[in-house]
Write a protein that binds this ligand. Structure first.
Ligand code: BES
Ligand code: MN
Ligand code: ZN
Length: 489
């Protein structure tokens, strides 16, 4: 597993700055005032820092921007990185500044002179998130990263604030690793084993095998997996850090370890991207890991439906009619609309077993959401304005893009079937919305619910502020904050 880069915190020691190697970062607010550590650096580089800060180039920088001063005199470092950052930056700006510094790191040590900046922990957090790499399948020896040190006037305070953030970083990395893994490695068995290993952290983990699922009547989930050699599973993870009998928040994830489309097979070009079709399950797993690591005071249950959608002699066919656990029949028009068939049963099971206070599902559900929102926002669908607004506020604070989409009867009617209670596709128009409508049919009216269509944000082909290209871990930070704000005592 990728582990977050180690970052140590120490009290500002001006003499130690003289001996720095690698890179040194200083933080300067819009007033251009240098704190004692920046003044020390300025002296060592013969005033180059104050000259820069007085120049128009500094004026043009936005909060969180970094400019590198190369070849600093009398300092044996590659560069002095000047970060423009107010004394009390917002968490997102501080993290982006830290991430920008991580991007500049080239293997040597890094010294961050945070002084009394209130964002020091978030700077370190952003640094850690952006320093993530996934080299599990590269033969070359991984390069050992340099040491990252933060000097601050109150290092104990910074370290205390950084503690829960380290838990979150581990959760994000767990999610990213799962999304980055190919499908021959991350089979349903392997995925379940990685979740079972989290029992060490104090999570209760239960694995429901095909036999159990058959008994429970999860026929639509099993139908999706019946063309694969890999056994379908549902994994239930419980974190009981809240009050004893308080109803939990339920998190439900789509875990299609590979989506060929089944008999309604996808075109060859780009099919390799479907290794990320377990992105929803990965976010649920990463959040559960973070909650356990930071010992959250909330009751949360995470449920993931793990299946592989393959074409085969045993695979389900277009036209098949399958009965859900709830008891409704579904005409499977397109075997590539499989995520909703998996989620229908897991959503229903989550409510029947746990009577959750609220339920949030995550799924790489539709290509249509990428057409609508691109790679910058997840689609948000909800039956509860209050919960939805809290979610959107948490996403805004964490800098994770989220945009609410509509639900309504007009869309629901598009799922009408000639032969069964519903069909599994509603046509091309409004494809993400009809998918959400399908899910809502398996949500009880009194259960506050959010569906997140993360097809566009789970993995991206360009780097983002806080992640290299590839898996982003989108959603872990927002869900953790929502839990902290709304579900923790
Ligand atoms: N896993 C896909 C959706 C997807 C597409 C995720 C692109 C990530 C990137 C999903 O199972 C799917 O195939 N959806 C179909 C639905 C259609 C058949 C109604 C789609 O979006 O084309
Ligand atoms: Mn599909
Ligand atoms: Zn899929």
């Amino acid at each position: 597993m990728s582990t977050p880069i180690a970052i140590s915190f120490a009290e500002t020691d001006l003499d130690a700055i003289d001996a720095a190697t690698g890179r040194v970062a200083v933080f300067v607010g819009e007033d251009g005032k240098l704190d004692p550590s920046a003044r020390r650096v300025n002296k060592l580089i013969r005033g180059a820092l104050s000259r820069f800060v007085e120049s128009p180039a500094f004026e043009k920088m936005s909060p969180g921007d970094v400019t590198s001063l190369a070849y600093p005199a009398q300092l044996d470092v590659e560069a002095v990185d000047v970060v423009r950052l107010e004394k009390r930056p917002g968490a997102d700006v501080a993290r982006k500044a830290g991430a920008a510094l991580a991007k500049l790191m080239k293997g040597g040590d890094v010294l961050l002179l945070a002084g009394s900046n209130a964002g020091a922990a978030d700077i370190a957090f952003g640094f850690a998130l952006r320093a993530y790499t996934f080299d599990a399948h590269k033969s070359a020896e991984p390069t050992v990263p340099g040491k990252v040190r933060v000097m601050a006037t109150k290092p104990e305070e910074v370290a205390a604030a950084a503690g829960p953030m380290a838990a979150l970083a581990e959760g994000v990395f767990f999610t990213r690793d799962l999304v980055n893994e190919p499908a021959n490695i991350l089979t349903t068995d392997d995925f379940a084993a990685r979740l079972a290993a989290m029992q060490e952290l104090g999570l209760e983990v239960e694995i429901l095998e095909e036999e159990d699922l058959r008994k429970l009547g999860m026929r639509t989930l099993l139908a999706v997996g019946q063309g694969s050699e890999s056994p379908s599973k549902v994994v239930v993870m419980r974190w009981n850090g809240g009050e004893k009998d308080a109803a939990p928040l339920a998190l439900v994830g789509k875990g299609v370890v590979f989506d060929t489309g089944g008999i309604s097979i996808k075109p060859a070009a780009g099919m390799e991207e479907m290794t990320m079709d377990m992105g929803g399950a990965a976010v649920v797993s990463g959040v559960m890991r973070a909650l356990a690591l930071r010992k959250a005071k909330a009751n949360v249950v995470g449920l993931v439906g793990l299946v592989e959608n393959m074409p085969d002699g045993k695979a389900q066919r277009p036209g098949d009619i399958v009965k859900t656990m709830k008891g409704d029949t579904v005409e499977v028009i397109n075997t590539d609309a499989e995520g909703r068939l998996v989620l229908a049963d897991v959503l229903w099971y989550a409510q029947e077993r746990f009577a959750p206070a609220a339920m949030i599902d995550l799924a790489t559900l539709t290509g249509a959401i990428i057409i609508g929102l691109g790679n910058y926002n997840s689609g948000v669908f909800s039956n509860d304005d209050d919960l939805c607004n809290a979610f959107l506020a948490a996403a805004a604070k964490e800098g994770e893009g989220a945009w609410r989409m509509p639900l309504g009867d007009a869309y629901d009617r598009l799922l009408k079937s000639q032969l069964a209670d519903m069909k599994n596709v509603g046509g091309r128009a409004g494809g993400s919305i009809t998918a959400a409508q399908f899910l809502q049919r398996f949500v009880k009216d009194d259960c506050p619910w959010i569906h997140l269509d993360i097809a566009g944000v789970a993995r991206v082909s360009e780097e983002t502020a806080l992640a290299p290209k590839g898996a982003t871990g989108w959603g872990v930070l927002t869900l953790d904050r929502l839990i902290a704000d709304r579900f923790e005592a």
